[in-house]
Design a protein around this ligand. Structure first.
Ligand SMILES: C[S@@+](CC[C@H](N)C(=O)[O-])C[C@H]1O[C@@H](n2cnc3c(N)ncnc32)[C@H](O)[C@@H]1O
Length: 331
């Protein structure tokens, strides 16, 4: 079987990475992403030369559609904003409608948990209702990357809609044992220009959990969350390591604290070092500066292992496909 992949809101392509991990023969037939640096990152890890494209002008006929639509205005900080990028998930409805008679067998949507909070729920409910009226059975669940082996707390909503009356059973996803943080953390001796990763700005230092007394932590409990020192797991990887809420910091041998490096950030999203090495060619890291681009590219992506587990169930043969031989996937 050859998977024909289409990447919608494609970012750096956690989807193609997950398909490749499963050893599935995969070919991308199109990729839609409007930010130039993400297109550049995607092209560097794959044998393609895509240009930027806006999803709103896009038109194709896949069997599987995966859309990790933009989620910034679904995050807890932006819950009062009731219009914006989160509504781009409704673009997918338009795209499916415009396919005419054609319907992809599976539509998979990924987003932050905030998409289910009260202020944003009407958009998600509208999506579910529209999908039902297009003939889909929807099932959604919050999945944590940690249950799939990554030592990162990353809870995301995954909604799998199947054309017809079949349900997607999230309990079939294959969970994996937690991997050790040692596999993800770099030795200090191998980190080039380590000083640029050291936490030295007062606004971050005052939030380090290790440096605060239990009384301070208790007093500030309702105001902010202290930044944890990473041991076995980290908190959610975001667009940047130096903003709260933060993924966490590592304690250094000399007692200071440092942010995770760009490489550790990519590893913690379940990308391989060989992917990251390709990134260094297209986005070289400056000697005295951390690379905002490399952090943001990974932080916006989907934890590869969770998509991999979902694809594994979908591709297990349990569900009838329209065209077994030429499965098309849109991500
Ligand atoms: C949450 S990220 C998805 C990341 C992706 N799944 C990955 O593996 O990296 C959403 C992406 O949608 C892109 N985007 C937002 N609006 C878009 C539009 N109108 N057309 C195409 N891409 C868009 C953003 O630049 C961002 O990379």
């Amino acid at each position: 079987m050859q998977l024909k992949l289409l990447s919608l809101f494609g970012g750096i392509g956690a989807d193609i990475k997950a398909a490749k991990r499963l050893g599935v023969k995969v070919k991308t037939i199109d990729y839609v992403e409007w930010k130039a640096n993400r297109v550049k990152a995607y092209n560097a890890m794959n044998p393609f030369r895509y240009e930027t494209q806006d999803v709103r002008t896009w038109d194709l006929k896949p069997d599987i559609l995966v859309h990790g639509s933009p989620c910034q205005d679904n995050s807890a900080a932006n819950l009062n904003d009731d219009k914006g990028r989160s509504e781009l998930l409704l673009e997918t409805i338009r795209i499916v409608k415009e396919m005419g008679e054609w319907r992809p067998k599976f539509v998979i949507w990924e987003n932050v948990r905030g998409a289910l909070f009260k202020a944003k729920l009407p958009i998600f409910n509208e999506y579910l209702k529209d999908m039902e009226s297009l003939g889909y059975t929807n099932n959604f669940n919050i999945e944590n990357a940690m249950d799939y082996g990554l030592p990162q707390t990353r809870e995301r909503v995954f909604c799998v809609s199947i054309l017809g009356n079949e349900k997607f059973d999230f309990s079939k996803l294959r969970k994996r044992p937690l991997r050790s943080m040692n596999e993800f953390q770099q030795c200090e001796s191998e980190i080039k220009n380590i000083e640029k990763y050291v936490v030295n700005i007062p606004s971050m230092l005052t939030r380090l959990e290790d440096l605060a007394s239990p009384e301070e932590i208790e007093a500030n409990k309702s105001k902010f969350r202290y930044i944890k020192t990473i041991t076995e797991t980290c908190n959610t990887i975001t667009e940047r390591p130096d903003r709260c809420p933060a993924a966490g910091v590592f304690k250094m041998k000399d007692g200071r604290y440092r942010y995770p490096t760009e490489r550790e950030w990519w590893r913690l999203m379940d990308f391989d070092d060989e992917d990251f090495d390709l990134m260094l060619d297209v986005f070289p890291i400056k000697q005295h500066q951390r690379s905002a681009t490399l952090y943001a590219l990974a932080g916006n992506s989907i934890a590869v292992c969770v998509l991999e587990a979902i694809f594994e169930v979908i591709l297990s043969g349990e569900y009838a496909m329209q065209s077994e031989e030429q499965l098309q996937l849109i991500c």
